[in-house]
Design a protein around this ligand. Structure first.
Ligand SMILES: [Zn+2]
Length: 168
């Protein structure tokens, strides 16, 4: 009987993860909150769903919209009580962005940040790869993009400006 409850709960949790994978990042609507590594944990406690998230950039105003979208999606799934916990430890890292999301960002014209495994010094010396032509012959234009989360580069090969996610 106890085993049965555990199986049912893990299936429900899996279903919630799938539903959250349909909730898009309000900042970048081509990728989901799960793909971005924002959703950290899903727990079911009696009739209450507890979702733990780590926002990408603390200054980003998208947090409110993000929470509302999560609640709306899980309400549609039949959960009336959704609690969202925000955790900043460990801080969100661009390393958490999944491979599928990196491909989608590239298609969106946004260069995904290189994987740095915590060594940001090494990473900052690395050149950005142009999402349009794949060239690494690029130069940094401005370290403050349209949002504080992005940097603007210029591709010297195809002469196009593009944005790269600021690595964190
Ligand atoms: Zn290019």
């Amino acid at each position: 009987m106890v085993d049965e409850i555990i199986v049912m709960t893990s299936e429900a949790v899996q279903q919630i993860w799938q539903a959250l994978d349909e909730v898009k990042d309000p900042e970048i609507p081509v990728v989901s909150l799960v793909e971005m590594g924002i959703v950290r944990d899903v727990m079911i406690n009696d009739a209450c769903v507890i979702v733990t998230i780590t926002p990408t950039f603390s200054g980003c105003p998208a947090l409110h919209a993000m929470k509302a979208d999560i609640v709306e999606r899980l309400t549609a799934l039949g959960y009336a009580n959704v609690e969202i916990k925000t955790t900043f430890a460990p801080a969100w890292s661009t390393d958490w962005i999944t491979e599928s999301a990196r491909a989608k960002l590239r298609d969106f014209g946004l260069a995904p940040p290189p994987i740095h495994r915590g060594d940001l010094n090494v990473m900052l010396l690395e050149v950005a790869t142009c999402p349009y032509c794949g060239s690494t012959n690029t130069s940094l234009r401005n370290s403050f993009g349209p949002t504080a989360c992005r940097m603007i580069y210029y591709c010297n090969a195809c002469n196009q400006p593009f944005e790269q996610f600021k690595p964190l």
